[in-house]
Write a protein that binds this ligand. Structure first.
Ligand code: H79
Length: 475
């Protein structure tokens, strides 16, 4: 009897120890929490690997959406022209309780996340960044932290990020969240600074309570519930926000998700609207954020230019200063040639519709991308030249000897690319045109390509003509 009990016991022990071992190994493979040290001393190889999908993507959709779409740039019958749509609370000096009325009324019954995602996909975009919370403090999801959100406070009574996450997953597009550090609604943040919420003259001595009990739990919710690929901070210039806050936030996020990509506005190194960090400083953040501008040249630090199609981020009923599609396509190419990403904004209405004028432009970009996207995706900038004059830009396929010369004037006769040499006997192609083109090369002038007359009437070719060359970069 004793022997049987002993045998049973030992079997039990062995089984138990096996069970523990196997659960140990599975934990080790699924949950590797990085240490603070590891995060702050990430190797170049690890960083390159983490940034790969983002660098390859090149083109994303920015969405500014919230209660500010309700006034749409008009308060008490007055057009607020001094600020962009999403800044109306500050620009029109609206008290918190009065602005809350707009949040109450927010009822986007025509919102169709699937439609939004399809619009982005059709344009050739690979990721979406949406304002989970802008400076006005209103959250677009059913946050458990407070009640100033689309589920608890607004007429719509719905989680608006949930649907977008589902649609993004379904259509295989990455989703990331904009989150404003500055918060004009929270009493421990900038609400008491009324009538000028955005000020460097005042600080809120309770700000750390807001960071600890509101902002951090909200950001944690976003990561836990929607697994965003990117966190895009903003409003970091307020005097209350410090480098120490930034390091805590950055490391927390990377510990929650080691793959997470976070913009440089999490920290305090950004130099104005040009968006890149101060030289020589040690800042956390994975990429620079030029706003409403494109870098003059290239940079060794990753960057993404965020830009609007008219003059506002959040919807404004009367802003019709729309850039032509050609201009937006030029920007996309110019940014790619300089090694950056292009994050192009739409401001949906309070009903939940992306303005038709924006959809038309995105569709035009999609038409161009249908033919030419290989000159954009998975490309990098050339070693020495990203441009030639005003109307030529260059890109290069990553890890391949394929080069693209992109020209913004309808090519006629012979065109010249001074910095490219095709491999001997290789084909030079115009994307969207079937036949190889006649070309010759000499040291002095570089590559000359003969343009067949019939491409001028080719309906599918317009705006920016892309020549594809297998060869090498010269000079
Ligand atoms: O969300 C959109 C805008 O509402 C927001 N960023 C984009 C993506 C935005 N915030 N501020 N601005 C646009 C313009 C304000 C610039 C200033 Fe400053 C803030 C001038 C002085 C303080 C930041 C810090 C720029 C220069 C110093």
């Amino acid at each position: 009897m004793k022997k049987t009990i002993l045998t049973l016991l030992s079997i039990l022990l062995i089984t138990l120890s096996f069970a523990c071992q196997s659960s140990d190994t599975s934990e080790a493979t699924t949950e590797t929490t990085l240490s603070r040290e590891e995060i702050l001393n990430e190797s170049k190889e690890a960083f390159d690997e983490r940034m790969e999908w983002w660098r390859d993507a090149k083109f994303g959709l920015f969405i500014h959406w919230g209660p500010y779409a309700v006034p749409a740039g008009v308060h008490n019958g007055e057009r607020i022209t001094s600020t962009t749509g999403e800044w109306i609370m500050n620009g029109a000096q609206i008290p918190v309780e009065e602005y809350e009325e707009y949040a109450r009324q927010f009822n986007p019954t025509k919102y169709d996340a699937d439609d939004w995602v399809r619009i982005a996909k059709d344009a050739g975009m690979k990721y979406i960044i949406i304002t989970s919370k802008h400076h006005d403090g209103f959250a677009l999801w059913g946050s458990e932290v407070g009640n100033y959100n689309s589920v608890d406070f607004a007429e719509i009574g719905k989680d608006l990020l949930d649907e977008l996450k589902e649609a993004a997953d379904k259509h295989d597009i990455k989703l990331g969240f904009y989150y404003s550090i500055m918060d004009w609604h929270h009493p421990d943040a900038q609400a008491p600074h009324y009538p000028t919420y955005n000020t460097s003259e005042k600080t809120n001595s309770n700000f750390d309570e807001y960071v600890e009990n509101y902002m951090t739990p909200q950001v944690r919710e976003l990561v836990e519930e929607y697994e965003p690929a990117v966190l895009w901070f903003d409003g970091e210039w307020i005097p209350e926000w410090t480098h120490e806050h930034a390091v805590d936030m950055y490391t927390m996020l990377r510990q929650m998700d080691p793959e997470m990509i976070i913009n440089n506005r999490v920290d305090v190194g950004r130099q104005g609207m040009q968006g890149m960090n101060e030289e020589g400083g040690e800042f956390v953040g994975d990429f620079g954020t030029p706003e409403q501008e494109i870098l003059e040249s290239t940079s060794d630090f990753d960057w993404e230019a965020c830009m609007t199609m008219n003059d506002t981020w959040g919807y404004k009923s009367y802003d019709d200063n729309w850039k032509p599609s050609e201009n937006l396509i030029f920007n996309l190419v110019d940014v790619a040639a300089k090694g950056g990403n292009y994050l192009l904004n739409v401001g949906p209405t309070a009903e939940g519709l992306i303005p038709e004028v924006s959809v038309e432009r995105l569709s035009d970009m999609g038409d161009w991308m249908d033919i030419n996207s290989e000159a954009i995706y998975e490309t990098e900038r050339l070693q020495n030249h990203f441009r030639e004059g005003e109307s030529i830009r260059y890109t290069k396929k990553k890890a391949e000897s394929t080069y693209y010369g992109i020209i913004f004037e309808e090519p006629t006769g012979t065109i010249q690319f001074s910095y490219l040499q095709p491999d001997e006997g290789s084909d030079v192609m115009l994307l969207g045109y079937e036949d190889p083109l006649n070309w010759e090369f000499n040291e002095e002038n570089g590559l000359s390509i003969q343009i067949p007359a019939e491409i001028r009437n080719a309906e599918n070719l317009s705006t920016a003509w892309v020549f594809k060359i297998n060869g090498s970069e010269i000079k």
